[in-house]
Ligand binder design. Structure first.
Ligand code: NAD
Length: 421
């Protein structure tokens, strides 16, 4: 592990939040380390008859508040440190939203684009064979993450059912609707962020028509574009890994989503409908009111944070702003709606999927939207109030809000003063 790990950086948030609460040292001791990180080598048969092995992990960071919950990522650069950091963030995200879960995460170190469909299925099933004893509906519940999708969740649920000898759809979320998935899960991350922005619009003094720039045009990016454009906001720039497009008059979302649906980059729409081509890294500095990072970690860093013109940033991606960049944005008066709150719509609807699976009764999409909106608004309001009362950024406020709940649960088992008095 490098001298300064990603987890060490993430743990700075724990210390910052703890400074605002009167919590027992037991709480910090418990949350400073992952409870359990299992590393395995998955062996699969490739289509050419050879055997190949892939490193894989599952981390259950903390389960004081309930079974651990967190996605499985298939990425060539995944590491144990990254998995533990993402699981730490999930611990806090679930606590921010008051979901009855702890935090977990998993990964396979693989570039899934190099696998055939049959190899991908074998790898997904091998993951469950390796971790079946760790996961389960009351123990650890995976979900999709970067480069995994609902079909992979369906294979994993099927493999688990074969191992335990019965259907257990609540062992994983983000499944296809036909296999026990929830309506409304597809756009849940973006929709949660959208409800949050709408709810805080008055407090944040947002204009009726905002100019919006979106970094990353995958699941989260496309859905937030559609939701905000439908409310009359102007999507002035979007990017993906291969480039960006801009239009001061507002981009045509249909042109962009059509391009992505046929596997073309957003820049392929340049020249149509007034779309102008930009480089992907120009997006961060675009003249706009709202910037939505919806791509990967660490995209806004100390070398480009000063370029940000937006007065509000909605972090749909996990960890898109590095700690030094955060300080630059704060000094420049940019408000950040932090990832553990802003993108929590995804895990919130995953929770609703788990509840529906366990009760065997499925709700219409309107009910899902209503429940998501109520939860985003009440937790968003609570974070806003903590920020106002303590005079801290919304990121610190979100960590304080979550840590308060985690501390209450950990302290309920007794603290040093209880055992020595
Ligand atoms: P996705 O794979 O569907 O989309 C990612 C997008 O980012 C793609 O359009 C890709 O081209 C783009 N991208 C990659 N590198 C880029 C670069 N250098 N510049 C600009 N764009 C770049 O993934 P997603 O599901 O939309 O997730 C995006 C982020 O949101 C991730 O950080 C993920 O962890 C987070 N998130 C997603 C969910 C969910 O439910 N989908 C939930 C919580 C958090």
């Amino acid at each position: 592990m490098p001298e300064h790990s990603l987890l060490d950086e993430a743990l700075v948030r724990l210390d910052e939040a703890a400074a605002h609460l009167n919590i027992d040292p037991d709480v910090i001791e418990k949350l400073k380390y992952a409870r359990e990180t299992t590393k395995v080598r998955l062996m699969i048969r490739m289509d050419d008859g050879s055997r190949k092995s892939f490193l894989a992990w599952r981390c259950r960071y903390d389960d004081t508040r309930g079974p651990t919950k967190g996605g499985i990522r298939f990425h060539p650069e995944s590491t144990a440190d990254e998995v533990e950091t993402l699981a730490f963030w999930m611990t806090f995200k679930c606590a921010v939203m008051n979901l009855p879960y702890g935090g977990g995460k998993g990964a396979v170190q693989v570039d899934p684009r190099t696998l055939s469909k049959a190899e991908l299925e074998r790898l997904s099933r091998a993951y469950i064979q390796a971790f079946a004893r760790i996961i389960g509906p009351d123990r650890d519940i995976p979900a999709p993450d970067v480069y995994t999708n609902s079909m992979i969740m369906g294979w994993m649920a099927d493999e688990y059912a074969q191992i335990v000898g019965q259907h257990e759809p609540a062992m994983i979320t983000g499944k296809p609707i036909a296999l026990g998935g929830s309506l409304g899960r597809g756009d849940a991350t973006a929709r949660g962020g959208y409800y949050l922005v709408k709810h805080l619009a008055g407090d944040l003094k947002l204009g009726e028509t905002m100019r919006v720039a979106i970094q990353g045009f995958g699941n989260a990016g496309q859905h937030i574009a559609r939701l905000l454009a439908a409310d009359g906001h102007k999507i002035v720039a979007v990017s993906d890994s291969q480039g960006a497009v801009f239009s001061a008059a507002g981009l045509h979302i249909d042109l962009l989503t059509h391009a992505k649906s046929i596997g073309m980059p957003v820049a392929s729409t340049a020249g149509n409908g007034g779309h102008e081509r930009l480089e992907a890294d120009e997006l961060v500095g675009i003249e706009c009111d709202l910037l939505v990072p919806a791509a990967l970690e660490n995209m806004i860093h100390e070398n480009n944070a000063a370029m940000v013109k937006a007065s509000l940033v909605l972090e749909l991606a996990n960890g898109p702003i590095t700690p030094p960049a955060d300080e630059i944005l704060e000094a420049n008066g940019t408000v950040v709606l932090p990832d553990i709150l802003a993108n929590a719509g995804g895990v919130t609807v995953s929770y609703l999927e788990w509840v529906q699976n366990r009760q065997g009764f499925y709700w219409p999409v309107e009910d899902i939207h209503q429940r998501l909106q109520t939860m985003m608004e009440s937790e968003g309001r609570a974070v806003w109030e903590v920020g106002r009362e303590k005079g801290v950024t919304l990121r610190t406020a979100a960590y304080v809000h979550a840590l308060g709940r985690l501390a209450e649960a950990i302290e309920a088992h007794g603290t040093q003063s209880f055992f020595t008095s």
